[in-house]
Design a binder for this molecule. Structure first.
Ligand code: 1CP
Length: 346
């Protein structure tokens, strides 16, 4: 039997001498080859929906660095697009969407079962990747968690404090919860199709979980992720799930690790590695948590921090990653230095 891929071994609970490594936003604007392909595709959504080009940019960081995992090139806002919201990416400004703030807006959204027409190119991208990836590289599919996707659908753009989504939640909870249920159902459909097309691991990005407090965190981050994870496990027994409730509190991270049913919890760079090793690693595999700023600044501080994090998590299952996505101003040489340092014999 072929040896199991490193990422899958960690997700299975194994403690490895050198942990597997991949990087959030590893295909992206810091790479010249990404910028060239992006130019060829024209707009960002065309890049996501052209399987040959989306597969090409997924493979670029694998060829350059030999990461242990490839993450499907797509975006969390493809679900709103497939549900019939208008979605566009304005250069230099980020995403712009039609908003959902009334019953009439909600009534225009499509059914979860009808998303596959729009999303079929994404499944084709996964099939291409399945054929073309090196045999040791794991293939990660992903979606945004319902809360994070809802924050963009309600506001119509990215927001620093998710104010519009909190306002709808507090002033029209019925409508807010209908939207959350629609997103949860659509996400189950989408991720299940990704697994059928070849995804071996699923990641759920709850990038704005940090603004949900107390009971809201349990109801709108933890509960929908648990529902999605359960449905995926029912349909595809054994499929590992990584979730990223970015920016949440230590108590919430622990509650999440105990009760979400996921195999790995990704932590941001603000979570203390020693704390996470003690409190989370006995419960789940931990992914993280190098500060993305090191990819800009490099040098000895980068080397020291890679060693510190590897050592803090050496007693349990760990996936090395950044605490959030790499930024466009990062230096590709610093990514190489991070990997070289991680893989050195100590
Ligand atoms: O012009 C460009 O090339 C657009 C930049 C870009 C890229 C490279 C966007 C627009 N999305 C992506 C790809 C992407 N997005 C991936 C691909 C795989 C990889 O990681 O290599 C993934 C997993 C995402 C996920 C994503 N999109 C998240 C969750 C992760 C996170 O960073 O917190 C979020 C919040 C988005 C929304 C989004 N899409 C794009 C931008 C600039 C944003 C953020 C908008 C904001 O600041 O609120």
């Amino acid at each position: 039997m072929a040896e199991m891929k490193k990422l899958l071994r960690s997700l299975n609970g194994e403690t490895l001498d050198v942990p597997p490594i991949w990087m959030m936003r590893q295909a992206g604007r810091y790479l010249p080859e990404y910028r060239a392909t992006r130019e060829k595709a024209g707009d960002f959504l065309s890049l996501c929906y052209t399987p040959e080009l989306a597969a090409e940019v997924t493979l670029q960081p694998i060829r350059r660095y030999g990461f242990d995992a490839a993450i499907l090139f797509a975006d969390i806002l493809l679900i709103p697009d497939a549900l019939g919201a208008e979605v566009g990416f304005v250069k230099g400004e980020g995403p712009k969407l039609s908003t959902v703030t009334s019953d009439a807006d909600f009534a225009k959204l499509g059914d979860p079962g009808d998303i596959h027409g729009t999303l079929s190119p994404v499944y084709e991208t996964l099939r291409i990747l399945k054929r073309e990836l090196p045999s040791e590289t794991a293939l990660i599919g992903f979606a945004g968690a319902p809360w994070t996707v809802a924050t963009y659908m309600i506001a119509g753009h990215g927001t620093p404090d998710q104010g519009p989504a909190h306002k709808l939640k507090d002033e029209n909870r019925g409508l807010f919860e209908q939207l959350m249920l629609r997103l949860t159902a659509a996400t189950i459909e989408y991720l299940s199709a990704q697994v059928e097309a070849g995804a071996e691991v699923i990641k759920l990005f709850d990038s704005w979980a940090g603004s949900l407090e107390g009971a809201d965190f349990a109801a709108y981050s933890l509960a929908p992720i648990r529902a999605i994870t359960r449905a995926l496990h029912d349909r595809h027994p054994g499929i590992p799930v990584i979730a990223f409730p970015r920016g949440t509190s230590p108590e919430n991270y622990v509650n999440f690790a105990k009760n979400s049913g996921v195999q790995a919890v990704a932590i941001d760079e603000h979570a203390d590695a020693g704390w996470a090793a003690r409190e989370l690693q006995p419960l789940v595999c931990v992914q993280g948590n190098l500060a993305p700023g090191h990819m800009v600044t490099g040098g000895q501080a980068l080397v020291d921090d890679v060693r510190r994090i590897r050592s803090a998590f050496s007693g349990g299952p760990h996936i090395f990653n950044l605490g959030h996505g790499i930024t466009p101003d990062a230096d590709p040489e610093n990514v190489a230095l991070m990997i070289e340092t991680l893989r050195e014999t100590l």
